[in-house]
Design a protein around this ligand. Structure first.
Ligand SMILES: [Zn+2]
Length: 257
């Protein structure tokens, strides 16, 4: 059994529920000997159950960084394929017979040590819609792209590569860190680099803003600013991603069944 999965079978496991339509989920948890933490409860959870969509998982990682998570889609907004009935998934979870993935975070740090991190992506976008931004990208101190004119630059993890990165490139990847340029002038729109790449964006012409995942906090970059980007070694265990990202469930959602 995976080391982090061992906690799942322990009686009295402290569980925090986050996301939407939680009243639909609560009754399904009654057969299990867990301790549900209520709002205002000061105890630190040992497992956070994220009930909703991708945004619920992203927000939960922001609110409870590093704490193991179980990602499950809410049935009101997400029809399920026969393999991914909620009760079946909870049974697998609490008997530790469920998949676990370790999600690293991508961090962005400005020259004044302002910091943002995300498990999906960090996006640098033009702040003024009258013109594009010009960026230079360095990898481990060496220039990777001398100057790219685009609407924005997406830096993403492998997990996040099925999001904005994929909408630009029409593809995703399994390992490393990806860079994709939105509406780039030269048409060479993406690169995937090793996980340990130390990246730097230099804003040759801005202004630009920086966001991470669905975090409402925005950082601002002026002309000449530099932003450092790194994948963290510390990774959060997330259970249930196979079901969360099931293609059959996705098709039911997409086709509005
Ligand atoms: Zn499914």
């Amino acid at each position: 059994m995976d080391q982090s999965a061992k906690l799942l079978t322990r009686p009295g496991l402290k569980v925090k529920l986050v996301g939407r339509n939680l009243d639909d989920l609560r009754p399904l948890l009654t057969p299990y000997p867990v301790k549900l933490l209520e709002p205002g409860d000061a105890e630190t959870p040992e497992l956070v159950i994220c009930h909703g969509g991708d945004g619920s998982l992203l927000g939960a990682e922001r609110d409870f960084p590093g704490i193991p998570k179980f990602a499950i889609r809410d049935r009101r907004n997400n029809p399920k394929c026969p393999q991914h009935d909620e009760q079946l998934l909870l049974q697998k979870l609490f008997s530790a017979k469920i998949d676990v993935h370790y999600l690293p975070k991508l961090t962005a740090t400005t020259e004044t040590d302002e910091c943002l991190d995300g498990i999906n992506d960090i996006v640098v976008s033009r702040e003024v819609h009258l013109g594009a931004i010009r960026t230079r990208i360095r990898e481990n101190g060496r220039i990777l792209r001398h100057q790219v004119i685009s609407d924005g630059v997406v830096f993403c993890t492998a997990f996040g590569s099925t999001g904005y990165f994929q909408s630009i490139t029409r593809g995703n990847f399994q390992r490393g860190v990806g860079i994709a340029f939105s509406n780039s002038m030269d048409g060479d729109s993406f690169t995937v680099l090793p996980e340990d790449a130390a990246l730097e964006l230099e804003l040759l012409r801005g202004p630009a803003c920086v966001v991470a995942d669905n975090n409402p906090r925005i950082l601002h970059l002026a002309d000449g600013a530099r932003l450092k980007l790194l994948l963290t070694r510390q990774a959060t265990p997330v259970f249930g991603l196979e079901a969360f990202r099931c293609q059959d469930c996705y098709l039911l959602r997409r086709n509005g069944v």
